[in-house]
Ligand binder design. Sequence first.
Ligand SMILES: Nc1ncnc2c1ncn2[C@@H]1O[C@H](COP(=O)(O)OP(=O)(O)OP(=O)(O)O)[C@@H](O)[C@H]1O
Ligand SMILES: [Mg+2]
Length: 246
Amino acid sequence: MTGTAVRVDQVSKSFRLYHERNQTLKSAIMRGRTSVHEDFWALDDVSFDVPEGSTFGLIGSNGSGKSTLLKCLANIYFPNKGTITHFGKIAAMLEVGSGFHSELSGRENVFLNGSILGMSKKEITSKFDEIVAFSGVEQFIDQPVKNYSSGMYVRLGFAIAINVDPDILVVDEVLSVGDQEFQEKCFLKFADFRKAGKTVILVSHSMGTVEAMCDRVAWLSHGELKKVGPAAGTIKSYLSSLTPEA
Ligand SMILES: Nc1ncnc2c1ncn2[C@@H]1O[C@H](COP(=O)(O)OP(=O)(O)OP(=O)(O)O)[C@@H](O)[C@H]1O
Ligand SMILES: [Mg+2]
């Protein structure tokens, strides 16, 4: 059998919530070194393994910690406690436009983003046409991306991420801003990924998508892992938690 692609081990992540209303320099000085804040635990002792070659879903209500966990996976945030280990090259598609520079053209962003994701200039040049073709934004490739629609941003970002050829692809809700045709194209790409033995971790609020695509699913609620296991069972538990029994 296959091994583990990602191991999330007792991960907790807190943010400081500040309560001062008037944050002026004067009030800050008057207050001295004391500040009124509370630690808010966006992730609380979360552990699970993502099997290599699986498509793994992350579900849960708004604010339950899904994006925070993905950012920890992508090394954008660092957990306060616990560890995340990934076995292989990771590429992440997080918020719309993240990693893009709005004043630069689509073309320039392909090079910028590709190099951030670890591709050499030569590699990007050789894959450039394929990236642009997949994105479907050929006509606008020399326009600054600030004039792109949200869907166009996501198309280009996703086209770059998959061409980096990662072992593990991490995708937040973003794909839902793409139109039907693009979403179908992405799902086919995920299937190719899977055939090649690669791992996909995705967040979605569409339970139909998650059930159709994922082998295993983790459900987060208020930063805690409620359940992890085969897709159908985890989705069922999540949905029944939303509808109080009559
Ligand atoms: N940088 C930050 N500073 C302070 N609080 C944050 C920060 N990032 C996230 N949070 C808080 O952590 C909690 C979890 O947020 P997160 O974005 O992970 O939720 P989510 O499950 O992705 O929700 P959604 O379904 O709405 O995308 C929220 O209460 C949010 O306010
Ligand atoms: Mg989110």
